[in-house]
Design a protein around this ligand. Structure first.
Ligand code: HEM
Length: 246
């Protein structure tokens, strides 16, 4: 039989309070835990980056003193944002993450501030490696970084009780989708910057072709694949692979 003396605890996903129009109240303990996690991650990435590069602030003349600290800051920030995003799905499958759900808000907020330090620091303090004159905010890399920064500022601004009161049901929607977009923009920013040069260049070059030519190609491809010939050229062609010329 159930014990009558046990007071049932409300079990609900993080954000459930906000869904009902109530922000999670400030908790010093929960912020202390989130800051502890941030320090642990900073130490972890710090050891890794210093081992890999061989310096922290005392950079060689070709690098900026903020170059390695910046890497450590954004690795910590992005890990915390990713953790905020993944913590609920993980808690559904692994009990060990259940305890962490209550810290989700604070982990996200601290992670957001780390990301902002990276955004400001990258703009101001990497003149040797990334001169400001080379930062093209109309290009994919920096516009995605800027978009992620704007979303991060917006999410940090609407963490207050006032914002929850004002936005009511929309608060939860904005927070959920805001975090998703922040991670998407950050992913594009890093991926295009670090790994994707060849195929992104190919894709952009293709996209910039005049629309008329693209339409003609598309129509010709359809005709070839349907009939094995291009009617206006009057000769037979093999079907194109994926519809593209290689
Ligand atoms: C919330 C916003 C942002 C996020 C989450 C983000 C994320 C990242 C990440 C994960 C890296 C890879 C770091 C590494 O290689 O170790 C990176 C690199 C970089 N980001 Fe951002 N970024 C953001 C905003 C910005 C903005 C606004 C700028 C431009 C002012 C910027 C400039 C850079 C630069 C220059 C690097 C290369 C740093 C290096 O190679 O060490 N980022 N960013």
């Amino acid at each position: 039989m159930a014990d009558q003396n046990i007071i049932p605890q409300a079990v609900a996903p993080a954000g459930a309070a906000a869904k009902r129009g109530r922000a999670k109240p400030f908790s010093f303990h929960d912020y202390a835990v989130a800051i502890g996690i941030a320090l642990g991650l900073t130490l972890f990435f710090g050891v890794y980056d210093v081992y890999r590069r061989g310096y922290l602030f005392n950079a060689p003349p070709t690098a900026d003193p903020f170059f390695v600290p910046n890497k450590i800051i954004i690795a910590t920030g992005l890990s915390m944002l990713a953790f905020t995003f993944l913590i609920s799905p993980l808690a559904r499958y692994f009990n060990v993450f259940h305890q962490m759900v209550r810290y989700r808000k604070e982990i996200g907020i601290i992670g957001g501030y780390f990301a902002l330090v990276h955004a400001v620091g990258s703009y101001l303090w990497l003149p040797l490696k990334y001169p400001r004159s080379d930062m093209d905010f109309t290009g994919v890399i920096y516009s995605a970084g800027l978009a992620a920064t704007i979303v991060a500022v917006f999410l940090l601004l609407i963490t207050s009780q006032k914002a929850v009161d004002l936005l009511r049901n929309r608060w939860w929607f904005l927070h959920r989708w805001g975090l998703r977009f922040l991670i998407l923009f950050a992913g594009i920013h890093v991926y295009v910057m670090k790994w994707s040069h060849a195929w992104v260049a190919w894709w952009i070059a293709r996209w910039r072709q005049p629309a008329v030519r693209r339409t003609r190609e598309w129509l010709a491809t359809r005709a070839r694949n349907a009939h094995g010939s291009v009617p206006h050229l009057g000769r037979r062609h093999p079907p194109l692979r994926n519809g593209f010329h290689f």
